[in-house]
Design a protein around this ligand. Structure first.
Ligand code: AMP
Length: 281
Protein backbone atom coordinates (compact mmCIF):
# COMPACT_ATOMS: atom_id res chain seq x y z
CA UNK A 1 0.00 0.00 0.00
CA UNK A 2 1.32 3.45 -0.95
CA UNK A 3 0.86 6.15 1.68
CA UNK A 4 -0.02 9.55 0.21
CA UNK A 5 -0.22 12.69 2.33
CA UNK A 6 -1.06 15.47 -0.10
CA UNK A 7 -4.01 16.26 -2.33
CA UNK A 8 -1.64 17.00 -5.23
CA UNK A 9 -0.05 13.52 -5.03
CA UNK A 10 -3.44 11.86 -4.70
CA UNK A 11 -4.72 13.71 -7.78
CA UNK A 12 -1.67 12.53 -9.72
CA UNK A 13 -2.32 8.93 -8.68
CA UNK A 14 -6.03 9.20 -9.50
CA UNK A 15 -5.39 10.75 -12.92
CA UNK A 16 -2.97 7.95 -13.83
CA UNK A 17 -5.30 5.24 -12.59
CA UNK A 18 -8.26 6.65 -14.49
CA UNK A 19 -6.14 7.08 -17.64
CA UNK A 20 -5.36 3.35 -17.44
CA UNK A 21 -9.10 2.64 -17.39
CA UNK A 22 -9.00 1.31 -13.84
CA UNK A 23 -11.91 1.85 -11.45
CA UNK A 24 -11.26 3.60 -8.15
CA UNK A 25 -13.02 2.64 -4.93
CA UNK A 26 -12.89 4.97 -1.92
CA UNK A 27 -13.25 3.90 1.72
CA UNK A 28 -13.33 6.97 3.99
CA UNK A 29 -12.32 6.33 7.62
CA UNK A 30 -10.94 8.05 10.69
CA UNK A 31 -8.31 5.32 11.16
CA UNK A 32 -7.66 3.09 14.19
CA UNK A 33 -8.78 0.46 11.73
CA UNK A 34 -10.58 -2.72 12.74
CA UNK A 35 -12.14 -5.66 10.93
CA UNK A 36 -15.24 -3.56 10.13
CA UNK A 37 -13.15 -1.13 8.10
CA UNK A 38 -11.21 -3.97 6.46
CA UNK A 39 -14.41 -5.62 5.29
CA UNK A 40 -15.35 -2.33 3.60
CA UNK A 41 -12.08 -2.75 1.65
CA UNK A 42 -13.09 -6.29 0.70
CA UNK A 43 -16.40 -4.96 -0.64
CA UNK A 44 -14.62 -2.13 -2.49
CA UNK A 45 -12.33 -4.64 -4.19
CA UNK A 46 -15.34 -6.40 -5.66
CA UNK A 47 -16.39 -3.13 -7.35
CA UNK A 48 -13.10 -1.42 -8.18
CA UNK A 49 -9.49 -2.09 -9.24
CA UNK A 50 -7.69 0.44 -7.07
CA UNK A 51 -8.76 0.98 -3.46
CA UNK A 52 -8.08 4.31 -1.78
CA UNK A 53 -8.60 4.25 1.98
CA UNK A 54 -8.59 7.68 3.57
CA UNK A 55 -7.60 8.07 7.20
CA UNK A 56 -8.46 11.51 8.50
CA UNK A 57 -9.76 12.45 11.93
CA UNK A 58 -11.98 15.27 10.73
CA UNK A 59 -12.08 18.10 13.27
CA UNK A 60 -15.19 19.54 11.61
CA UNK A 61 -17.38 16.65 12.76
CA UNK A 62 -16.42 16.78 16.45
CA UNK A 63 -18.30 19.08 18.81
CA UNK A 64 -16.76 20.97 21.72
CA UNK A 65 -16.03 18.54 24.57
CA UNK A 66 -16.09 15.51 22.23
CA UNK A 67 -13.13 13.14 21.80
CA UNK A 68 -11.23 14.77 18.90
CA UNK A 69 -7.98 15.11 20.88
CA UNK A 70 -7.98 11.61 22.33
CA UNK A 71 -9.39 9.79 19.29
CA UNK A 72 -7.06 6.76 18.70
CA UNK A 73 -4.45 7.30 15.96
CA UNK A 74 -1.94 4.67 14.73
CA UNK A 75 -1.10 5.18 11.07
CA UNK A 76 1.65 2.56 10.93
CA UNK A 77 -0.67 -0.14 12.19
CA UNK A 78 -3.39 1.05 9.79
CA UNK A 79 -0.95 0.79 6.85
CA UNK A 80 0.02 -2.75 7.88
CA UNK A 81 -3.60 -3.87 8.14
CA UNK A 82 -4.49 -2.32 4.78
CA UNK A 83 -1.53 -3.92 2.99
CA UNK A 84 -2.90 -7.30 4.09
CA UNK A 85 -6.33 -6.51 2.62
CA UNK A 86 -5.42 -5.39 -0.88
CA UNK A 87 -5.83 -1.64 -0.42
CA UNK A 88 -3.79 0.30 -2.97
CA UNK A 89 -3.47 3.74 -1.41
CA UNK A 90 -3.62 4.98 2.16
CA UNK A 91 -4.52 8.66 1.89
CA UNK A 92 -3.60 10.28 5.20
CA UNK A 93 -3.58 14.05 4.79
CA UNK A 94 -2.71 16.55 7.51
CA UNK A 95 -5.36 18.87 8.78
CA UNK A 96 -3.73 21.77 6.88
CA UNK A 97 -3.95 19.79 3.65
CA UNK A 98 -7.71 19.31 4.02
CA UNK A 99 -8.44 22.71 5.54
CA UNK A 100 -5.69 25.03 4.24
CA UNK A 101 -7.58 28.08 5.50
CA UNK A 102 -8.20 26.45 8.88
CA UNK A 103 -11.92 26.16 8.21
CA UNK A 104 -14.39 26.12 5.34
CA UNK A 105 -16.55 29.05 4.24
CA UNK A 106 -18.85 26.76 2.23
CA UNK A 107 -20.25 23.50 3.59
CA UNK A 108 -22.89 20.82 3.01
CA UNK A 109 -25.86 20.87 5.38
CA UNK A 110 -28.93 18.62 5.36
CA UNK A 111 -31.33 19.85 8.05
CA UNK A 112 -34.12 17.30 7.63
CA UNK A 113 -31.84 14.25 7.71
CA UNK A 114 -28.97 15.60 9.77
CA UNK A 115 -30.85 17.07 12.70
CA UNK A 116 -32.67 13.89 13.83
CA UNK A 117 -31.32 10.82 15.73
CA UNK A 118 -27.60 11.45 16.44
CA UNK A 119 -27.92 14.97 14.99
CA UNK A 120 -30.10 15.99 17.95
CA UNK A 121 -27.21 15.23 20.31
CA UNK A 122 -24.32 16.25 18.05
CA UNK A 123 -25.24 19.58 16.45
CA UNK A 124 -23.08 20.28 13.39
CA UNK A 125 -21.75 16.71 13.29
CA UNK A 126 -23.31 15.66 9.99
CA UNK A 127 -22.52 18.98 8.33
CA UNK A 128 -18.88 18.18 9.17
CA UNK A 129 -19.24 14.63 7.83
CA UNK A 130 -20.94 15.63 4.57
CA UNK A 131 -18.48 18.44 3.95
CA UNK A 132 -15.40 16.25 4.40
CA UNK A 133 -16.91 13.41 2.36
CA UNK A 134 -17.75 15.84 -0.49
CA UNK A 135 -14.14 17.07 -0.35
CA UNK A 136 -12.78 13.49 -0.35
CA UNK A 137 -15.01 12.65 -3.33
CA UNK A 138 -13.53 15.57 -5.26
CA UNK A 139 -9.97 14.70 -4.22
CA UNK A 140 -10.12 10.94 -4.95
CA UNK A 141 -12.71 11.05 -7.80
CA UNK A 142 -13.80 7.46 -7.03
CA UNK A 143 -16.16 5.43 -9.18
CA UNK A 144 -17.62 3.95 -6.01
CA UNK A 145 -17.40 4.60 -2.29
CA UNK A 146 -18.12 2.16 0.52
CA UNK A 147 -19.64 3.03 3.90
CA UNK A 148 -20.75 0.91 6.85
CA UNK A 149 -24.35 0.34 7.83
CA UNK A 150 -23.25 0.75 11.43
CA UNK A 151 -23.48 4.49 10.80
CA UNK A 152 -27.03 4.30 9.45
CA UNK A 153 -27.75 8.02 9.48
CA UNK A 154 -24.42 8.85 7.86
CA UNK A 155 -25.13 6.33 5.07
CA UNK A 156 -28.59 7.83 4.44
CA UNK A 157 -27.14 11.35 4.32
CA UNK A 158 -24.35 10.41 1.92
CA UNK A 159 -26.72 8.61 -0.42
CA UNK A 160 -28.92 11.69 -0.43
CA UNK A 161 -25.99 14.06 -0.98
CA UNK A 162 -24.75 12.00 -3.92
CA UNK A 163 -28.21 11.97 -5.45
CA UNK A 164 -29.15 15.62 -4.75
CA UNK A 165 -25.76 17.08 -5.73
CA UNK A 166 -25.23 14.73 -8.72
CA UNK A 167 -21.96 13.12 -7.68
CA UNK A 168 -21.19 10.43 -10.30
CA UNK A 169 -20.33 7.85 -7.62
CA UNK A 170 -21.96 4.55 -6.63
CA UNK A 171 -22.53 4.51 -2.89
CA UNK A 172 -22.30 1.02 -1.41
CA UNK A 173 -23.42 0.37 2.15
CA UNK A 174 -21.89 -2.74 3.74
CA UNK A 175 -23.21 -4.71 6.74
CA UNK A 176 -22.12 -4.06 10.31
CA UNK A 177 -19.23 -6.24 11.47
CA UNK A 178 -19.53 -7.45 15.06
CA UNK A 179 -17.33 -9.04 17.68
CA UNK A 180 -18.10 -12.70 18.42
CA UNK A 181 -20.40 -11.68 21.30
CA UNK A 182 -22.38 -9.21 19.17
CA UNK A 183 -20.77 -5.88 20.07
CA UNK A 184 -20.53 -3.75 16.92
CA UNK A 185 -16.90 -3.06 16.11
CA UNK A 186 -15.87 0.55 16.62
CA UNK A 187 -12.60 2.42 17.03
CA UNK A 188 -14.18 3.87 20.18
CA UNK A 189 -14.47 0.40 21.78
CA UNK A 190 -10.79 0.91 22.68
CA UNK A 191 -11.95 3.42 25.32
CA UNK A 192 -14.02 0.80 27.21
CA UNK A 193 -12.87 -0.80 30.47
CA UNK A 194 -13.61 -4.50 30.92
CA UNK A 195 -16.75 -3.69 32.94
CA UNK A 196 -17.91 -1.11 30.37
CA UNK A 197 -17.27 -3.61 27.60
CA UNK A 198 -19.75 -5.96 29.33
CA UNK A 199 -22.34 -3.17 29.78
CA UNK A 200 -21.97 -2.25 26.09
CA UNK A 201 -23.39 -5.64 25.11
CA UNK A 202 -26.80 -4.31 26.18
CA UNK A 203 -26.97 -2.36 22.90
CA UNK A 204 -26.85 -5.54 20.86
CA UNK A 205 -29.20 -7.31 23.29
CA UNK A 206 -31.67 -4.41 22.92
CA UNK A 207 -31.65 -4.76 19.13
CA UNK A 208 -32.28 -8.49 19.50
CA UNK A 209 -35.22 -7.76 21.80
CA UNK A 210 -36.63 -5.38 19.18
CA UNK A 211 -36.34 -8.10 16.50
CA UNK A 212 -38.09 -10.57 18.81
CA UNK A 213 -40.93 -8.15 19.51
CA UNK A 214 -41.32 -7.59 15.76
CA UNK A 215 -41.35 -11.35 15.10
CA UNK A 216 -43.98 -11.76 17.81
CA UNK A 217 -46.26 -9.43 15.85
CA UNK A 218 -45.58 -6.01 17.37
CA UNK A 219 -45.83 -3.42 14.60
CA UNK A 220 -45.98 -0.07 16.34
CA UNK A 221 -42.71 1.90 16.38
CA UNK A 222 -43.28 2.80 20.04
CA UNK A 223 -43.89 -0.84 20.98
CA UNK A 224 -40.72 -2.05 19.32
CA UNK A 225 -38.67 0.82 20.71
CA UNK A 226 -40.04 0.03 24.18
CA UNK A 227 -38.88 -3.60 23.92
CA UNK A 228 -35.36 -2.41 23.16
CA UNK A 229 -35.45 0.39 25.75
CA UNK A 230 -36.43 -2.09 28.49
CA UNK A 231 -33.16 -3.99 27.97
CA UNK A 232 -31.08 -0.81 27.96
CA UNK A 233 -32.76 0.59 31.05
CA UNK A 234 -32.06 -2.65 32.91
CA UNK A 235 -28.32 -2.10 32.35
CA UNK A 236 -27.11 0.54 34.83
CA UNK A 237 -23.85 0.98 32.89
CA UNK A 238 -25.68 2.43 29.89
CA UNK A 239 -27.18 5.94 29.63
CA UNK A 240 -29.57 5.93 26.67
CA UNK A 241 -29.73 8.86 24.24
CA UNK A 242 -32.33 7.44 21.88
CA UNK A 243 -34.05 4.25 20.77
CA UNK A 244 -36.02 4.76 17.57
CA UNK A 245 -37.55 2.79 14.74
CA UNK A 246 -37.03 4.59 11.44
CA UNK A 247 -37.12 4.12 7.70
CA UNK A 248 -33.39 3.72 6.92
CA UNK A 249 -33.49 6.10 3.93
CA UNK A 250 -35.87 8.88 5.02
CA UNK A 251 -35.01 8.46 8.74
CA UNK A 252 -38.69 9.15 9.46
CA UNK A 253 -40.61 7.13 12.04
CA UNK A 254 -43.04 4.91 10.09
CA UNK A 255 -46.68 4.64 11.03
CA UNK A 256 -46.47 0.85 11.04
CA UNK A 257 -43.24 -1.09 11.27
CA UNK A 258 -42.32 -3.34 8.37
CA UNK A 259 -39.43 -5.59 7.45
CA UNK A 260 -36.54 -3.40 6.30
CA UNK A 261 -37.16 -0.67 8.85
CA UNK A 262 -34.31 0.02 11.25
CA UNK A 263 -34.07 0.07 15.02
CA UNK A 264 -31.37 2.58 15.97
CA UNK A 265 -29.87 3.10 19.42
CA UNK A 266 -27.32 5.47 20.92
CA UNK A 267 -26.04 5.93 24.41
CA UNK A 268 -23.13 6.44 26.72
CA UNK A 269 -21.20 3.65 28.39
CA UNK A 270 -19.11 5.57 30.88
CA UNK A 271 -17.66 8.47 28.88
CA UNK A 272 -17.86 6.58 25.59
CA UNK A 273 -20.69 7.27 23.19
CA UNK A 274 -21.74 4.16 21.23
CA UNK A 275 -24.30 3.64 18.46
CA UNK A 276 -25.77 0.55 16.86
CA UNK A 277 -28.71 -0.43 14.69
CA UNK A 278 -30.49 -3.42 13.24
CA UNK A 279 -32.60 -3.84 10.11
CA UNK A 280 -35.74 -5.73 11.08
CA UNK A 281 -36.04 -9.06 9.33
P1 AMP B 1 -15.05 5.55 11.21
O1 AMP B 1 -13.59 5.31 11.02
O2 AMP B 1 -15.58 5.04 12.49
O3 AMP B 1 -15.45 6.97 10.90
O4 AMP B 1 -15.78 4.67 10.12
C1 AMP B 1 -15.37 4.66 8.78
C2 AMP B 1 -16.32 3.78 7.98
O5 AMP B 1 -16.30 2.47 8.54
C3 AMP B 1 -17.76 4.27 8.04
O6 AMP B 1 -18.37 4.08 6.78
C4 AMP B 1 -18.37 3.37 9.08
O7 AMP B 1 -19.76 3.18 8.91
C5 AMP B 1 -17.62 2.08 8.82
N1 AMP B 1 -17.65 1.21 10.00
C6 AMP B 1 -17.28 1.51 11.27
N2 AMP B 1 -17.50 0.47 12.09
C7 AMP B 1 -18.03 -0.52 11.33
C8 AMP B 1 -18.48 -1.85 11.58
N3 AMP B 1 -18.44 -2.39 12.81
N4 AMP B 1 -18.96 -2.57 10.56
C9 AMP B 1 -19.03 -2.04 9.31
N5 AMP B 1 -18.61 -0.81 9.00
C10 AMP B 1 -18.13 -0.05 9.99
Amino acid sequence: VITIGTVAKLREYVAGTRADGRRIGLVPTMGALHEGHLQLCDVARRHADAIVVSVFVNPLQFGPGEDFDRYPRDLERDARLLAGRGATVLFAPDRSEVYPDGAVAVSVHAPALGDVLCGRFRPGHFEGVLTVVAKLFNMARPHCAVFGRKDLQQAALIRRMVSDLNFDIDVIVAPTVREADGLAMSSRNAYLSAAERRSALALHAALNAAEQAFMAGENSPAGIAAAAAAILEAEPGVTVQYVEVVDPESLLVPRRVERGHAVAVAGYVGKTRLIDNHILE
